[in-house]
Each structure stands twice: as structure tokens, then as C-alpha cells.
Design a protein around this ligand. Sequence first.
Ligand code: FES
Ligand SMILES: [Fe+2]
Length: 420
Amino acid sequence: MKFIATDVLDTQQKMVDRATAQLEKPGFAIDPYFYRSHVTYQTELEHIIYKSWLYAGHISQIAANGDYFLFDIGEDSIIICRDSNGEVRAMHNICRHRGARVCEEASGNRRAFVCPYHGWGYGTDGTLKAARDMHVMEGFKPENYSLKQVRLVVFQGMIFINCDPEAPDFVKPLSNISAQLGAYDLENAKIAEAKTYRVDANWKLCLENYLECYHCASSHKHYAKLHTLQALAHKVKPINEAMWARAEEMTGVAGIADEYYGYYNDSADFGACSYHSRYALYDGIQSGSKDGSPVAPLMGNMKGYDGGAGDFQMGPLTFMLNYPDHCVLYRFIPRSITETDMELVWYVNGDAEEGVDYNKEDLTWLWHNTTLEDEFIITRNSEGVNSQFFEPGPYHPEHESTLNEFVTWYLKALSQLQAS
Ligand code: FES
Ligand SMILES: [Fe+2]
């Protein structure tokens, strides 16, 4: 499902009208139009994705001055770099001369970024250092042509960026979950593995799938044996309550189970969601692994296993599922109207040694396989919703309530745009 024909009569007004009409039918899956419209996709990039706080990476990826990596969003590329003064920076990977990418390699160490086209050279802080022969141009000032900087926040070792220079603050929303997330000491954690799953589906289908666990029982047989999230809340209430009662004592972390709901429509500012809740694993399960036993040493300040897992959201497209012994970060990034990068990052304790304290296969088994199962159902979903015969059905009021929250937030964002 890589190719979708352009509707030549599509307009932004049509999109706004459709979003407004869809909002009048709450609790129903959205019209296929929103997955097929190129106008909608470009508008989403401009008004949703590039105005949201997005996880870019971890400070351990740029430990030394000059270290960098690229973060690709849509058709764009952003350089995340530690400059020669040790400052972390995010900059558009676009030459200020005629727009070539100044850096192609996905990661590395540089003393400068030299454009391959006409050779303009930029320092690791983005300042233009060399522009061959441009001195003959009267009034040319190199200081006017630095690489464009991107907003950036480093929170507990994780780097978040926002392409909107006017984006609202993200530090305050994150502070609402800092105690719960702080338990894992992610600042000093180690990335044991990171994988990008390129899924042939619109980004919303991938995100919608993550936001509901109605499909868990039917699609994730193994996951569903371990995590109570797959069941209706009243059925697993006693298991959750027992875990909440013992969580602080067994993990040694005050407030570890404190909930905070600031996602989508409850977020104080657009694109700056934060959320945490702790839910129970089934009896006897300690971690998210093949047999439910630990697969790595305890993270950060955690003193033991309470049979719980921390569920986090940081910005609209980034999530984390944190077991006492490892954390799994999940991020969704659109790459085209029908392609999405689902990025998974497995964090372990910074002192853990591969082959001694953990092995990658055991550590990644559950979420690698669960993600492949998701990829299968998401692509089937994509095929179905792109049919002219698809008529959207109702969301389950409980199992799909978070998905409904996202969709409502999304439609509101579109419907509020003035057609231009
Ligand atoms: S486009 Fe980069 S130097 Fe010309
Ligand atoms: Fe899933």
C-alpha cells in the first residue's frame, strides 16, 4: 500500500470541513480521507508534527564533542550534535546557500559540516565558517547564514526537539512525570539496542494501534499473558491495587505509582503531552520477557520487582514502557503519506555489560516480536481503510478510549485551521 493517487480536487477547505464533520460523529473510526489525502498529510507535517515535541535520541549517542546523529522526519533531516564547546544542538540539515543536505552519514564525529555542493563549511555549532569566493559579493555577512537552529530540551538524558521556534515550553509538562521516570536514571542508562521498523502505513494507523490494547488479546498472545493492560479495568482491579500497595516498598522509589494525565486534549499546550501510570503484570511476572523473569540488572534507583510496569508518554508521538530491569522507548515518525518509522530503543542500566549482565536477544525478544505482530495488523488495517468500501465503525468505549482521545485532538487541530 505504498501508492495512493492524488485527489486533484482536494483542498485545505475540504480537509477542514471533513475534520469538523468527523468531530460531530465522536467515538467512530475516522474517514479513509484522512489517510489518503495528500493535502491532509502536508498539513499534518506543518501544523502537527513540526509543532510537537519529539524524542530525537539520547545524550550517550553524542558523548564527545563533535559527535552527531541525524534524525529524519518526513522528508526532512535534523542534525543532533555536541558542538566543539560541549553544547548539545539541533540544526536543520540544509545548506544556507542553495539548500543541499550538508551531512549524509547517519552518525559520526565531525569538526565541521562541509556542504558537498559548493563547499560552504559550517562549525559544529552551525556557524558558517567558510563560503568560498563569497567575499567578492558586497555586503555578504557569513553570520547571516548559520545553519538554522531547532528548539531542543534535554530531559533525564533524552533529547527532545521541536521544529517550531515558537513552540510552548516542554520542561514543565515533563516535570510532572520526572519523579516516576527518575527511578530508572535514564541519564546514566545505556542503549542496549535500537531498531527502526519501517511500516507501510500512514503514521496515524501506527499510532492508533499503539494507543489501544483491544487488539492485544487477539494479536499479541505472548504479551497478553504478561500484561494486565489487555483486560478491562474492573477485571484486573485487584491485581493493580495489590501492585500499587506494594510498589513503593518493593522498588524503594517514593511516588513510583503516582499517575499523571496530561495527554492530548489534557495537555496544557499543543504538542507537549506528558503522562504516566503504573499497571500490573500478571502474578509472578517481573519483567517484559519471554518467561516474565528479569533480563537485565535493575535500572537506576530501583531496588526490586513489584510486578508493575511504568507507562509513559512524552510528547504526542513518544512513549515508554518501563520494567524494573529495562525500558523500551517507542516513537512514531511519518516518512511519507504511507510510510512510518516506528523506532524502538531498549535501555538498560548504564553499568550493565552485554554478554555478562544481559544478552540482546532475550532483552529484545518480547517487543521485537510484538512489533512485528503490530506491523502485520497495521498493514492489513492500511489495506482495508484505503478501500472505497470501508465504512468506519465504533470504538470500544474503554479499550479504545485513549485512541479516541488522540483522534479527537487530531481532528480539533485540523478543524481549527483557517483554509488558505
Ligand atoms: S548548496 Fe551548499 S554550498 Fe551550495
Ligand atoms: Fe500492538
